[in-house]
Write a protein that binds this ligand. Sequence first.
Ligand SMILES: Cc1cc2nc3c(=O)[nH]c(=O)nc-3n(C[C@H](O)[C@H](O)[C@H](O)COP(=O)(O)OP(=O)(O)OC[C@H]3O[C@@H](n4cnc5c(N)ncnc54)[C@H](O)[C@@H]3O)c2cc1C
Ligand code: FES
Ligand code: FES
Length: 468
Amino acid sequence: MQITFLLNGETTQYSLSDASVTLLDWLREYRGLTGSKEACREGDCGACTVMLSDATGSRAINACITLMAQLHGKALRTVEGIGNSAAPHPVQQALIDQHGSQCGFCTPGIAVALAAAHLNGEHDHDAALAGNLCRCTGYAPIIRAAESAAAQPVPDCMHEDAKALAATALAQISSGGCGGADSPPAYLPENADDLAAWLLAQPSSTLVAGGTDLGLAVTKALKPLGEAVFLHRCADLQQVTTSADEIRIGAGVSIAQLLRAMAKPHPAFAALLKRFASPQIRAMATLGGNIANGSPIADAPPVLIALGARVHLRRGDVRRQVALEDFYLGYRKQDRTPGEFIEAVTIAARAPNLRAYKLSKRFDQDISTLCAAFNLSAKAGRISEARVAFGGMAAVPARARKLEAALIGQPLDDIAEGAVSLSLGEDFAPISDFRGSAAYRMQAAENLIIRYARDLAGEAVSVLEVAS
Ligand SMILES: Cc1cc2nc3c(=O)[nH]c(=O)nc-3n(C[C@H](O)[C@H](O)[C@H](O)COP(=O)(O)OP(=O)(O)OC[C@H]3O[C@@H](n4cnc5c(N)ncnc54)[C@H](O)[C@@H]3O)c2cc1C
Ligand code: FES
Ligand code: FES
């Protein structure tokens, strides 16, 4: 299989014989582009940040957990391609002028993350840098550099990829179908029908969506992917459609795309997604992958469950749907047969009382210790329907059915007082792990009930709302 893409403006071909080769390894070891650094190798530090562009725009991503097949038809720009010593990119010059680099190991990744944000006209520099760790300079000079570069024009080279992609029709070039004469095959389907047919014939293939969980299996657990099918070219799985009652979200919708799509109908969901990992991870990670990975501490499932989500599954041409809370059968066990994949998720279009809270050790770029989502409806002022779901309290994301029952019938605008006596003791028996003890989880989860009640009453409950 031929993977064709633009690398710093040049059309580049790569013969894919092993689906597990990461972009960072290829750049550094085979291509000699060592500007992108290898540090954590798990998408956490941003030292390997590069910029990926396609018809939908440009975004910073982590090269260390991106697989070569994910580049097909796209344009890649590494730190070597955003500027050079004769004509540095404005953020590179500003990092020098503002003393934004000390040991310099993080600097190439920071320069590319800021260059991508600069190209997109993003001025929330903290948000742009949430996926970039700097240990020795400290962020103040780096933010000063971002601020001073903001008014500078975008260099021409940063606009070239979009033009070249359109001119070369690169995105339409065939990858040559299935690759792997001497190794496990890899396949890049163009739509959900192709994907369904492949998975029906090869049910043991690894389905790769954004690869932000699977990439770690390769780089950390050292488990090769084997036979792999990649979902990122299935544009029909990347649609968000809204009707009067529901929103349908394709499984291939990225978390970044979902964040934008939820801003209006479900701002509480969008606010939670802002804290999902980092811009680099959100650009690649998909909603389908978040659900199918089945982590009890994944961020999206509690909110989706609170929104009455139904998972739309497909095997060949056979489709069925299941409530998300019933999809999870046990720790990392799902109601999904071999060859079956998630095609979409549907959620309620309206939920004015939806709120979601994530507790983690760091504000940005951290997995939840606990995640809670509340969605109450009322008739004649009294709670008539309650959907409350937690992540991090059990082996799977789950509803708090006893709590829900206790809420039914209570006056909606006066739950703050009663909230202190509501308990989760009959719903959950959480475990202790390195993220939090069982006692902490229970206490914190019960505190979130009070937080929700106060939030509904209009009090400021987010750390971002508290001003000195
Ligand atoms: C640094 C870092 C930070 C992270 N932070 C967070 C965080 O804050 N919150 C959070 O919830 N998660 C976080 N994650 C985990 C991960 O990003 C998410 O779970 C993400 O949504 C996975 O999506 P993906 O498309 O990358 O999945 P992939 O890695 O491609 O796949 C994950 C699993 O799902 C399966 N799969 C994918 N799509 C489908 C489908 N359509 N049908 C059936 N099976 C499918 C794959 O076969 C695989 O088993 C983080 C990961 C990293 C590396
Ligand atoms: S090496 Fe740390 S994010 Fe890639
Ligand atoms: S300059 Fe040393 S880690 Fe950032």
